[in-house]
Unconditional design. Structure first.
Length: 224
């Protein structure tokens, strides 16, 4: 168990900075995007380190607040002309590697389940099938993307829609597994991991970048 307790946080740290590196590359190495992403990463780490999100008896429950900053960013990106303009500059051919991290993420969630930090429903043994998105993304990179381009065809937009549904499903399960009055899953083993460092980066950095990658690809298809 001791080795698992060491490996798990290291795994999530590596996944986080891998995702940051690829979104930086996909954004044509935008210093503004890198700065914003690192600001969110550092701020959320400090909040989790201080135990801010572990206070579950406040109103509203603090774990719910994990979602608000990125929700505000998504509203800005999709609702404002400048946000939509920026989304159109992202190179979609550099987004597939971000989806491959869903394989180690699912392994990490299983390790957290073993450590009694997330419920079984959040793993591939429960209701989480998002590992299929990572496996299929890896397959696309190896076998179907010899000549990658920024254009999105119908098969790829269908893939993006299905995989977006899978990640939103596990997000819903994770939210409903938090130790709050709204908890529906993991009543005996709630989702306490995401309130702690470095696992806070899963809902605040990794998952938002995965969702953003799908949104960009779907938007690019319907804009063409």
């Amino acid at each position: 168990m001791k080795s698992i307790e060491v490996i798990t946080p290291i795994l999530f740290i590596l996944i986080t900075f891998f995702c940051i590196g690829w979104i930086y590359k996909a954004s044509n190495k935008s210093i503004k995007i890198l700065g914003l992403t690192l600001f969110i990463t550092i701020t959320q780490a400090l909040l989790a380190w201080s135990g801010f999100y572990e206070q579950t008896n406040s109103t509203p429950p603090r774990p719910i607040l994990i979602l608000l900053p990125n929700l505000a960013i998504f509203i800005y990106l999709l609702g404002s002309p400048s946000g939509r303009k920026w989304l159109d500059t992202i190179e979609t051919k550099h987004l597939l590697p971000i989806h491959v991290v869903r394989i180690p993420v699912e392994i990490g969630l299983y390790l957290l389940f073993i450590q009694k930090m997330v419920p079984k429903e959040m793993t591939f043994e429960g209701l989480n099938f998002d590992i299929l998105s990572g496996i299929s993304a890896l397959g696309i990179i190896i076998f179907g993307a010899k000549k990658q381009s920024s254009s999105i065809g119908k098969p790829m937009v269908i893939w993006n829609i299905i995989c977006l549904f899978l990640v939103l499903t596990i997000v819903s399960i994770a939210v409903l597994s938090l130790p709050t009055p709204f908890q529906q899953f993991g009543l005996n083993q709630p989702n306490i991991a995401v309130s702690q460092f470095p696992f806070i980066w899963l809902p605040t950095v990794i998952v938002p970048l995965v969702i953003l990658s799908h949104v960009v690809a779907i938007k690019r298809y319907f804009n063409n």
